[in-house]
Design a protein around this ligand. Structure first.
Ligand code: NAP
Length: 485
């Protein structure tokens, strides 16, 4: 990848690697340095229509293949991906910024979806329902929804693609993917892997370029029967509106604003470990990152002291360098937002316990936005940081006294993706897990994502679930067949 720094990459339609029809390209930058890594086609409406046509053409044969044959393609892709994990991880770090060891972790997690759905593929069962009449038979079968539009974000450039494409392909759907403009090189590498695995022409198609033009074309085309989107709640709502005209099937994985609660009966070391796992991964840029830290009055001092001691050891820098545990933020907009959240909190009376330093060292403001892990206390509900997704390595601590009060504060949000809490009481664990209005709950656990488990949110955090046996359901229609015999 390093040798190909200024390579011009192509999009992939019907098994061909091509340029945008107008020849235009978009620069891809390294967020650690601002350097240009390469160029991808600036595709739009015409390329997207072509990709939909290819996907529709390929659908007929792909959906008819026996499940074990589709499974074979996915398994092959899984093995190639694992063989090439270091190369893929390097691409992720170069274009996304996360430390290399985290990128390797993402590749393994991403490959896990190919492996899981290669198996799940064979278990798309129907049903026979006992009829109320002796001369009737009632059968339910599952069929692929059809052509799928997949739109993915930059924070997990490999995993967000396989989490969608693996179940879609397993179900017998064909796909048009639009990856995030900041991280298209990982998507291109994944498509090279799928191509090597022999996935037939037209089954998978990749278009990079203008989000608005590609998104609108995908949403308005009646041949596209399903949208699977991961990204911000704001864009998710726009796509929902655009898809209404053709009543598309929707899976939306949107923003989060996760609470992390430390009860007075918690093991503080476990709480610190969970805080770091849920907050500092990917420099705080995950949808399930803990964003509000509710710590019981009685254990606040102990929690802050132990956390400060840990944070001192974190090395911030270019993710390609050995020993770096926190990479750069993705861009200048994120940098400004994170700094604004810190400033707003300090202006309104918060205490800076650790960190707070931010610096910019990149070329032409295209990268190099670094921020220290930051611990703030004396946080109140008036501060921006308690209301919005921060997407940065900031830990704002709010204290509480009762279980009832903290559950109310944790649930007081339009988001409902993930929540974490720490307690050594079994009955509290069960009760609190049931009361929190979130799709994913970590009990004494800050690392919850896994290919075999359902992932998704309540409220404005989304619709549907990805992962596990739940993940394939979104790509299947249910057909009821009534027979008179
Ligand atoms: P974003 O701005 O919503 O972008 C996500 C994707 O949507 C990108 O491919 C983007 O393309 C595309 N897009 C933007 N505007 C569009 C439009 N008008 N029509 C069609 N597509 C459009 O989100 P992001 O900043 O990349 O990602 C961060 C967000 O994703 C956070 O809110 C995070 O919580 C959420 N997220 C959720 C999950 C989950 O599973 N729930 C997982 C990861 C991230 P361009 O890149 O070309 O703009």
């Amino acid at each position: 990848m390093k040798d190909n720094k200024l390579k011009r990459y192509n999009i992939y339609i019907e098994g061909e690697w091509i340029n945008a029809y107008n020849g235009e390209t978009i620069e891809v930058h390294n967020p650690a340095t601002g350097e240009v890594l390469g160029y991808v086609p600036n595709g739009g409406e015409a390329e997207t229509k072509e990709a939909i046509t290819a996907a529709e053409k390929a659908l007929k044969e792909w959906r008819e293949l026996p499940a074990n044959v589709r499974s074979g393609y996915l398994k092959k892709a899984f093995h190639i991906m694992m063989e090439q994990q270091n190369e893929l991880a390097e691409i992720i770090t170069l274009e996304q910024g996360k430390p290399l060891n985290e990128a390797v972790g993402e590749v393994q997690y991403a490959a896990g979806f190919l492996e899981w759905y290669a198996e799940e593929c064979k278990r798309v069962y129907g049903e026979t329902i006992p009829a109320w009449s002796p001369n009737k038979r009632m059968i339910v079968i599952k069929q692929p929804v059809g052509v799928v539009a997949a739109i993915t974000p930059w924070n997990f450039p490999a995993a967000m693609i396989t989490r969608k494409m693996a179940p879609a392909l397993a179900a017998g759907c064909t796909v048009v993917l639009k990856p995030a403009t900041q991280t298209p090189l990982t998507a291109i590498k994944l498509f090279e892997i799928f191509e090597t695995a022999g996935i037939p022409k037209g089954v998978i198609n990749l278009v990079t370029g203008s989000a608005k033009a590609i998104g609108k074309t995908l949403m308005e085309d009646e041949r596209v029967r399903k949208l699977t989107f991961t990204g911000s709640t704001e864009v998710g709502k726009k796509l929902m509106e655009q898809s209404a005209k053709t009543v598309k099937n929707l899976s939306l994985e949107l923003g989060g604003h996760a609470p992390l609660i430390v009860f007075d009966d918690a093991d503080i070391d476990k709480a610190i470990e969970g805080t770091i796992a849920s907050k500092l991964r990917n420099c705080g840029q995950t949808c399930i990152a803990s964003n509000r830290f509710y710590v019981h009055e009685k254990v606040k001092e102990q929690f802050i002291k132990k956390l400060k001691d840990k944070l001192k050891n974190y090395k911030v820098g270019n993710g390609m360098e050995t020993g770096v545990e926190i990479g750069p933020l993705i861009d200048g907009n994120s940098f400004e937002k994170v700094k604004e959240h810190i400033k707003d909190a300090l202006d309104k009376g918060a205490t800076l316990e650790f960190g707070g330093k931010a610096h910019h060292s990149g070329i032409n403001h295209k990268g190099g936005y670094f921020i220290q892990p930051t611990l703030l206390s004396n946080i109140t509900n008036q501060m921006l940081i308690t209301k919005e997704e921060t997407f940065g390595p900031i830990i704002p601590v709010i204290t509480f006294e009762t279980e009832e009060e903290v559950i109310k504060m944790a649930n007081d949000t339009n988001y409902g993706l993930a929540a974490y809490f720490f307690t050594e009481s079994l009955s509290r664990a069960v009760k609190v897990a049931e009361k929190l209005e979130f799709g994913i709950i970590g009990i004494n656990d800050g690392k919850v994502s896994s290919p075999q488990a359902p992932f998704g949110g309540y409220k404005e955090s989304g619709i549907g679930r990805e992962g596990g046996h739940y993940g394939i359901e979104g790509f299947l229609e249910t057909k009821y067949i009534s027979m008179k015999i």
